[in-house]
Design a protein around this ligand. Structure first.
Ligand SMILES: NC(=O)c1ccc[n+]([C@@H]2O[C@H](COP(=O)([O-])OP(=O)(O)OC[C@H]3O[C@@H](n4cnc5c(N)ncnc54)[C@H](O)[C@@H]3O)[C@@H](O)[C@H]2O)c1
Length: 342
């Protein structure tokens, strides 16, 4: 079996996780790692002595023996990096968000299609077993008709300087919501503030309007006392909380709701014509297979290259997320006015 030769560009906080995962897969061989910082390369060399390292990513991009490149550099560099790799005939797995502009994402998608190369985006949450379990619960109608969702993604740092908290963290929630609901929001609005550095929002509150009257909220912050990674979904049959920091029991399913009962009265002109009954039932914790989401994502990338199939988090999904993020950014700059997702 021919191994897929890989290069990884960017080995700061996140990139080494790709090196570790691909190095453990028999179908892959990590040939090159590139980073601008010598100390990051020394760190990789110590952990993986067989991997070639360079501060110059061109050495890797121009190596004809390489089949694919993973891009884990800062967000603002994604477009140019991915463009160069696709032009050099490589399959590309680029971190989220795919780009910082809709036009750029469209160009990458077009280029990948013309060159017949796999273009995948690191929407890691769509490979998370808990999120996949929630998707099954929704598909099996266990939650009933969905009313609303909200997600909190807060912590004290880490601060980024190339993008604001919206472009850094919202790709997780936007890709997760779209995956769970199998559709995109139609309209969005957002407000935020830059407390630490002028022009870089460190706290943002977003509202997304999905088809079928489903509303969703996202609270993002780099300036919060608690690390929170929580998603709540409210349906008319059941309600659910996903706590990504609770690895033993990430999902709590509540048999709670409000039943609206019509009372048979001879007249219907008073508040008594309806009765609202609170249903307060059991709380259960569905079993979730403990797997590293990034390992599933890496495996899927290899499968897609080998089978020539479109990834679950394809360039097209990357473009959809960038469209939503751009509309949110427009609203942020326009004092929270409602914006259509185009
Ligand atoms: N999917 C996820 O769950 C997840 C989690 C964390 C980060 N990320 C994404 O991964 C990317 C990297 O995040 P991070 O936290 O590792 O950032 P980081 O700043 O810690 O690391 C980025 C690294 O890229 C290197 N770099 C920059 N330009 C380069 C170039 N031209 N050639 C080679 N190396 C270069 C830097 O030296 C740095 O070490 C971001 O896009 C981020 O959004 C995704």
């Amino acid at each position: 079996m021919k191994k897929i030769n890989l290069g990884i560009i960017g080995c700061g906080h996140w990139g080494p996780n790709y090196v570790r995962n691909f190095s453990a897969m028999p179908e892959a061989r990590v040939v090159w790692v590139s980073d601008l910082k010598e100390e990051r390369l020394a760190h990789i060399k110590q952990l993986f002595p067989g991997v070639k390292v360079s501060r110059d990513c061109n050495r890797l991009i121009n190596d004809n023996s390489l089949d694919a490149v993973v891009i884990a550099t800062p967000t603002v560099t994604h477009y140019r990096m991915a463009m160069r790799c696709l032009r050099a005939g490589k399959h590309v797995l680029v971190e989220k968000p795919m780009t910082t502009a809709v036009k750029e994402a469209e160009i990458l998608l077009d280029l990948a299609s013309k060159r017949k190369k796999t273009l995948m985006v690191g929407h890691t949450f769509t490979y998370n077993s808990a999120v996949q379990t929630i998707k099954e619960l929704i598909t099996q109608d266990k939650l009933g008709r969905l009313y609303y969702l909200y997600s909190s993604r807060t912590n004290l740092g880490p601060l980024r300087s190339d993008v604001n908290v919206l472009w850094d963290l919202a790709p997780h929630d936007v890709s997760m919501f779209s995956y769970l609901l199998s559709c995109q929001p139609v309209k969005v609005s957002a407000q935020g503030a830059s407390y630490l550095r002028k022009g870089i929002e460190d706290v943002v509150f977003i509202t997304l309007y999905f088809p079928h009257n489903i509303i969703a909220g996202i609270h993002l912050s780099w300036l919060n006392p608690r690390k929170v990674r929580e998603l709540t979904i409210v349906g008319n049959k059941k309600m659910l909380v996903f706590d990504d920091l609770n690895s033993a029991n990430p999902i709590f399913l509540y048999s709670k709701g409000v039943i609206r009962k019509q009372i048979s009265l001879p007249y219907y002109d008073s508040f008594r014509e309806f009765q609202y009954i609170i249903r307060d039932g059991d709380v259960t914790t569905p079993k979730v297979a403990m797997k590293e989401p990034l390992a599933a994502e890496c495996r899927h990338f290899l499968d897609c290259i080998m089978a020539g199939k479109e990834p679950h988090s394809s360039g097209r999904d990357g473009l959809s997320v960038v469209r939503v993020l751009s509309a949110i950014q427009n609203s942020l700059e326009d004092k929270g006015h409602l914006k259509e997702v185009r």
